[in-house]
Design a protein around this ligand. Structure first.
Ligand code: GLN
Length: 545
């Protein structure tokens, strides 16, 4: 059934991947919001994985976790940061999810003996999911992953072609993102790849109404005319998208080409005045720092920063809020030499989340250094678990202390939890469980112990909700002993069973959390854990001057 209200904007990409479709879709959302419309973003991912939870973040970028426990794509993080609208696991459609649903129905006999085909069964399932749960918004923006011409993308494009007929042109539009390469010997930007890409899209039956053209420095009017002529798109619907120094510049750049105005006109909407003041102010904040800070991030995928997208953004948000430029040093903890060289140079440290034993000795060194040298420190997820291991080994003199994730140990200070409650439901996991299904995922409440640094971070709130993605937990059998040697458990699950946050009492600022605060940081609402880390480091820097 076609829902009555929303209009649909389908965002496709051509020429090459990585031209920023996710940011483009998020920016369109932000611009429409700035005109007073409500939006929801969805992503259509052609890969076969059911979700990116099992994809190596080194290959595909970070796994972004939603409140409802969806393991989704990093673009969903951009959607949330740009629009502030929390994403849901159903907002990510993958080939894996679509086929699983159709095959499960086929096994149940729901198709009454029909042979199951890509058209209409798979495309119907895609259409159903695009239209699902979008009743209350003015616009749904659907980004199609991959590049036009990819084999896996075809069913999604076919579904969009059908949907555009079902909805009608007046309720749907295709915005196609392309790249204009600069050929130095000719001294020109080339439009030919964009022409081919539009032609490829036309082969699937979709004529794009808008083009967003990426280039290093923007294009001239002659290029616009040529694109309009060969791609069959009105000149006023071609958006100049030069490289920008900050992703938060993109909505403003699109507005310069009047993308939002042209979209309103296309949908025959009387377009209320746009208010982009908050975006302008954000950029001023981000681009005029008054101080600098060197922050070390000690992780595993340090050479592939997409794996830490939300972390990077959360740090930028906190820097902007404190008027400081944060110079991040990404240190690969498998390289102990680099760890040791970086330690004396950084003014704040983060040990982020991670999986597996690789790089753990280096991370433990970092934690010991931060503790002993009183460097402001934030541990996230695995970072918290290693804080516990470091304390048990060095303060409780338990050299065997470890996590069962890294192999058998006689002192399992971090161990697998077998059962826990999610709302009213009992959840279970086993060491042999399905990789995709054994984690504590999504939003859980955390009770904050008053009088702690964590309570100051959350401004005296008694309970907060934060997102999780991990299998192992702190073994509460060690809690008392750890507290005797200076650790303080400042955040607990409401029933007190799960340890959510820990800090050192006699340290200027050393906090570690079992959850991932970076998923909830927004440019307009930086996460207070990062803000407090930055504040503590700035304070220490000033007092050393
Ligand atoms: N590997 C640890 C666990 O599964 C930590 C996970 C993480 O840092 N996201 O519990």
């Amino acid at each position: 059934m076609i829902p009555a209200a929303p209009r649909f904007i389908f965002v496709t990409g051509g020429v090459v991947s990585s031209v920023g479709k996710g940011i483009a879709a998020a920016s369109i959302g932000a611009l429409l919001q700035a005109r007073g419309f409500s939006v929801r973003l969805k992503k259509l991912e052609p890969y076969i994985n059911v979700d990116p939870g099992t994809i190596n973040p080194y290959k595909h970028g970070e796994v972004y976790v939603t409140d409802d426990g969806g393991e989704t794509d990093l673009d969903m993080g951009h959607y949330e940061r740009f629009t502030g609208v929390p994403t849901r696991s159903i907002d990510l459609l993958t080939t894996g999810k679509v086929y699983s649903a159709v095959i499960a129905r086929e096994r149940r006999g729901d198709y009454l003996g029909s042979d199951i085909q890509v058209v209409p069964h798979i495309t119907d399932e895609i259409k159903h999911r695009v239209l699902f749960s979008v009743e209350n918004v003015d616009f749904v923006i659907c980004e199609v992953g991959g590049t036009v011409g990819d084999i896996e993308g075809l069913p999604f494009l076919e579904a969009i072609r059908q949907l555009r007929n079902d909805l009608g042109r007046e309720r749907s539009v295709n915005v196609h993102l392309t790249l204009l390469p600069y050929i130095a010997s000719a001294g020109e930007l080339k439009t030919k790849p964009s022409q081919h890409s539009v032609r490829e899209l036309l082969r699937t039956g979709i004529q794009p109404e808008f083009l967003i053209c990426r280039s290093t420095q923007g294009f001239e009017e002659t290029t616009r005319k040529k694109l309009a002529l060969f791609c069959n798109v009105p000149e006023t619907h071609i958006v100049d998208a030069p490289d920008a120094s900050s992703i938060y510049q993109i909505p403003l750049n699109f507005h310069k080409s009047d993308l939002d105005g042209a979209l309103c006109q296309y949908f025959s909407l009387s377009s209320p005045r746009i208010d982009l003041k908050k975006w302008e102010n954000l950029l001023i904040k981000l681009q005029s720092p008054k101080d600098t800070l060197r922050l070390g991030i000690f992780g595993k995928y340090a050479h592939f920063l997409e794996a830490y997208k939300s972390l990077q953004e959360a740090i930028a948000h906190a820097g902007g809020a404190q008027d400081v430029k944060i110079d991040v040093r990404w240190v690969d903890t498998e390289d102990i030499g680099s760890v040791q060289a970086a330690l004396p140079e950084v003014q704040a440290m983060i040990v982020p989340g991670g999986f597996g034993a690789r790089g753990v000795p280096g991370k433990l060194q970092v934690i010991q250094y931060a503790r002993e040298h009183k460097i402001p420190f934030l541990g996230i997820c695995l970072g918290l678990q290693l804080v516990i291991i470091e304390a048990a080994r060095h303060l409780l003199a338990l050299p065997e202390a470890s996590s069962t994730e890294f192999g058998e140990t006689s002192e399992p200070v971090i161990a697998l939890m077998i059962e826990w409650m999610q709302g009213e439901q009992l959840q279970r996991r086993t060491a042999q469980g399905d990789l995709g299904g054994t984690m504590r995922l999504g939003a859980y409440p955390c009770t904050i112990i008053q009088g702690t640094k964590l309570a100051a971070v959350y401004d005296g709130k008694k309970e907060v909700s934060e997102r999780h993605r991990h299998r192992y937990e702190v073994n509460s059998a060690y809690k008392e002993r750890l507290e005797e040697v200076g650790l303080r458990f400042s955040g607990l699950s409401p029933d007190g069973d799960l340890l959510e946050a820990v800090e050192y009492k006699d340290h200027p600022w050393f906090v570690a959390v079992q959850y991932h605060p970076e998923f909830k940081s927004r440019p307009f609402a930086p996460h207070p854990l990062f803000v407090h880390l930055v504040q503590a480091a700035l304070h220490q820097k000033k007092s050393k001057r």
